[in-house]
Write a protein of this length. Structure first.
Length: 280
């Protein structure tokens, strides 16, 4: 089985490590290679890649949207989001999907199933590509109230405009979100704020957070962001970024192999890996 990742630059990607572990857990022989494609040669290199007959591949920055004209088909969620992070080869046809949001929801369902069993009100912070995928996946998971707080209002409006009609959403400024954070059962931070090397930053201090709120941050470097640390001190239940990272990979792997792997052991392995306690 030949798998891989396209993007630019991709030297620090964790995907090879994760997918090699997934292959080992599934007892599959195969390879997962990096295809670092320079934007100037994107079309030519994609044509070459098609000749390689990969079983499937992941797509990362800056090609999640640019890949779309080169596909032969797309799953409905990826089409709605307008971004693809996973391509599978179906008899020579490239079919795109997006596992980011589904991976987020699956990891959340494992950690905090109660979120999906009650009327849960969600605050989504950020309105980029990741937020869009999470918004759709939460909606598909039955959540009906998802407010979006973003620095710029227009991007948040863009998500609500194309979102499923059964979801009620208000758009908030970051200041309003900080003030009203105690009205939500789930808070999901999706911006890059707080990512290494700027781990001293946070989007805002979660001072008004109610205890027992589930707080998630999709940033996984550092493993525990300042936002999560402060939320934890307020009594929040924490959901880590590396769980989403792992579960989007597990779901991509499932689309390629049909193997649905249990993420529990792998989650601990990934956590250790990120802490630098194990080596490749
Ligand atoms: P991704 O695809 O990883 O989600 P993106 O599409 O570039 O990345 O989106 C980045 C998100 O982080 C956006 O919501 C962005 O806010 P704007 O829409 O106003 O640009 C948010 N973001 C990035 N840097 C930020 C900062 N310093 N403060 C607040 N929000 C920030």
């Amino acid at each position: 089985m030949k798998l891989g990742l396209i993007g630019y630059p991709i030297g620090h990607s964790l995907s090879p490590w994760i997918h090699r572990r997934l292959m080992a857990h599934a007892d599959i022989n195969g390879s997962y290679n990096l295809y670092e494609i320079h934007p100037d040669t994107f079309s030519d290199q994609l044509a070459e890649l098609k000749q390689e007959g990969l079983t499937g591949f992941n797509v990362t920055v800056p090609y999640k949207e640019k890949i779309i004209p080169f596909l032969d088909g797309m799953d409905s969620e990826a089409a709605a989001i307008g971004a693809v992070n996973t391509v599978r080869n179906e008899n020579g046809q490239w079919i795109g999907s997006n596992t980011d949001g589904t991976g987020f929801v699956q990891s959340l369902q494992i950690a905090y199933p109660d979120i999906f069993q009650s009327d849960c009100s969600v605050l989504l912070i950020g309105a980029g590509g990741a937020a869009k995928g999470i918004y759709f996946a939460l909606a598909n998971g039955g959540i009906t109230e998802i407010d979006i707080a973003n620095r710029s209002r227009d991007k948040a409006e863009g998500i609500v405009d194309i979102g499923p009609s059964h979801v009620r959403s208000r758009i908030l400024s970051l200041t309003e979100a900080e003030e009203h954070i105690n009205s939500y059962q789930l808070v999901v931070h999706t911006t890059v704020v707080g990512m290494n090397p700027h781990h001293e930053n946070q989007i805002f201090a979660p001072t008004r957070l109610a205890s027992n709120t589930v707080v998630s941050d999709i940033v996984y470097r550092p493993l525990e962001t300042r936002f999560l640390q402060e939320a934890k001190q307020k009594g929040a239940r924490i959901h880590y970024g590396h769980e989403m990272l792992l579960h989007q990979a597990i779901y991509s792997f499932y689309t390629w192999t049909g193997h649905k792997l249990d993420g529990r052991t792998l989650s601990q392995e990934l956590e250790q890996y990120l802490k630098g306690e194990t080596s490749c």
